[in-house]
Write a protein that binds this ligand. Structure first.
Ligand SMILES: Cc1cc2nc3c(=O)[nH]c(=O)nc-3n(C[C@H](O)[C@H](O)[C@H](O)COP(=O)(O)OP(=O)(O)OC[C@H]3O[C@@H](n4cnc5c(N)ncnc54)[C@H](O)[C@@H]3O)c2cc1C
Length: 413
């Protein structure tokens, strides 16, 4: 079998794989990416958060992405029964980026992959990792191309950024169930010809449809818009007909969208995804690190996926460089703990979203602006700023605030 040698093998050319590959390559190591699909490929996850701009900058991707003129995103808008809660990243508590993009991921991911290739990292498309053998931290990975040709890659280290493919967790039994209940989505892209009827046509909007069920509306600069219903799988069981009929019927029941979405052209047959929350029993091992979705993916509601994917790779890449340079790395303290700090902050917000705590806070009549700016930082992805009480005390602060708001309501009669 054909064999080649690299310093670092990266599995997957999504945001996590390409960010890691770029940073390690810049440090002078020989890196190769193996990617199962042909790009551009569809993947969901179209709304980015400002914090990921730092990772994209460090990876050297930001100028290439800017050239694509994706829809800029300056905040997020939440809507419930006609009431609006607006967050503007410019108001956030934590210093940092105050804007980002809404992107069709096929094109966005291809931009990152093409840029990393130009930097000298080969990307082997339509090539799947089928097996890995570790000998200490050295490894031999077997890959198979679309024609069925098998070959091997010897590497000193592997970064697994295989997203929903979960290559290393599946090969080495590291999959662990998430503590979040299963949820489901039905979504498509539409040709959004009537978006100008909205007072902010290009703004991402999250609509509370009913308790536990919400809708994303993510307009792109190409005139198309991503729309999806998310929530308890039981809710979708009540829908009848084809997926297109189901989604059209659901859109017709949502007052905020029914006019805009009436008769719109669907770009593709609506798709269903469910039970996406998973985690791994460890995020690293001798000779490998997991980054991006392979570590833990929670829920789409706060658009945390690509940010956690790129930031985990940004952090992991620097640790891999140190390791290859012969330095000691405390993977638990320097990687798992900070990553879990971010994931667990988002987890508290996701739970507070589904149990109604955030409804009370987002749609309160007199929000405390100082607190709102602290929450805004979390929504911008700045979930590692422990100076922010709404990050540091993420597991208690939201419940306390919503109790206070409810008490004030009672006292006001
Ligand atoms: C319904 C839903 C909505 C979402 N909305 C958002 C959102 O608005 N914003 C957001 O930030 N995130 C969102 N996400 C999350 C987002 O999809 C992911 O977090 C993000 O794509 C993770 O990036 P990644 O690079 O880790 O993995 P991916 O983008 O999945 O990339 C992994 C790559 O690895 C390749 N691969 C897999 N197996 C193999 C193999 N055996 N060999 C070689 N290559 C392989 C795949 O082909 C893929 O290209 C959403 C998720 C869901 C389920």
């Amino acid at each position: 079998m054909k064999k080649e040698k690299v310093d670092v093998l990266v599995i997957g050319a999504g945001p996590s794989g390409t960010v890691a590959a770029s940073i390690i390559n810049k440090a002078g190591f020989k890196v190769k990416i193996v990617e199962k699909m042909k790009f551009p490929r569809f993947v969901i996850g179209e709304s980015l958060l400002p914090r990921c701009m730092e990772a994209l900058t460090e990876a050297g991707f930001i100028d290439a992405v800017k050239e694509k003129k994706f829809q800029e995103k300056f905040g997020a808008k939440f809507v419930k029964n006609g009431k609006v809660c607006d967050y503007f990243f410019a108001d956030q508590f934590t210093p940092g980026w105050n804007w980002t993009w809404q992107v069709p991921r096929g094109e966005f991911d291809m931009t990152l992959a093409e840029t990393v290739e130009k930097m000298g990292v080969p990307v082997h498309y339509e090539t799947t990792v089928t097996g890995i053998e570790f000998n200490g931290s050295d490894s031999v990975t077997t890959i198979e191309d679309i024609a069925g040709n098998r070959s091997q890659i010897e590497a000193r280290f592997i970064v697994d950024g295989s997203g929903y493919g979960r290559v290393i967790p599946k090969l080495f039994n590291l999959d662990k169930p998430s503590d979040l209940p299963p949820r489901k989505t039905l979504f498509t892209h539409v040709v959004d010809t009537k978006r100008s009827m909205d007072d902010e046509p290009n703004r991402i909007t999250i609509i509370v449809h009913q308790k536990g069920i919400w809708i994303w509306v993510i307009p792109f600069s190409n005139g198309k818009t991503s729309v999806g219903f998310v929530g308890d799988p039981e809710f979708f069981k009540k829908q009848e007909g084809t997926k297109e009929e189901q989604l059209r019927a659901l859109l017709a029941t949502e007052p905020y969208l029914q006019e805009r979405m009436k008769g719109v052209e669907f770009v593709f047959e609506p798709r269903v995804l469910e039970s996406w929350s998973t985690t791994s029993s460890t995020f690293y091992g001798e000779g490998f690190v997991l980054t991006g979705n392979v570590t833990e993916f929670l829920d789409p509601v706060f658009s945390s996926g690509v940010t956690l994917a790129t930031v985990s790779s940004q952090v992991a890449a620097k640790l891999v460089i140190r390791k290859l340079n012969g330095e000691n790395v405390d993977w638990n303290m320097e990687y798992t703990e900070p990553m879990m700090q971010g994931v667990n902050t988002f987890r508290s917000y996701v739970n507070a979203w589904y149990d109604g705590t955030l409804d009370t806070i987002f749609f309160s009549d007199n929000p405390n602006l100082e607190i709102k700016n602290m929450i805004c930082s979390v929504l911008a992805g700045y979930v590692w700023d422990l100076d922010n009480p709404y990050v540091k005390n993420h597991d208690t602060a939201l419940t306390k605030l919503s109790r206070l708001i409810n008490l004030e309501k009672v006292l006001a009669g």
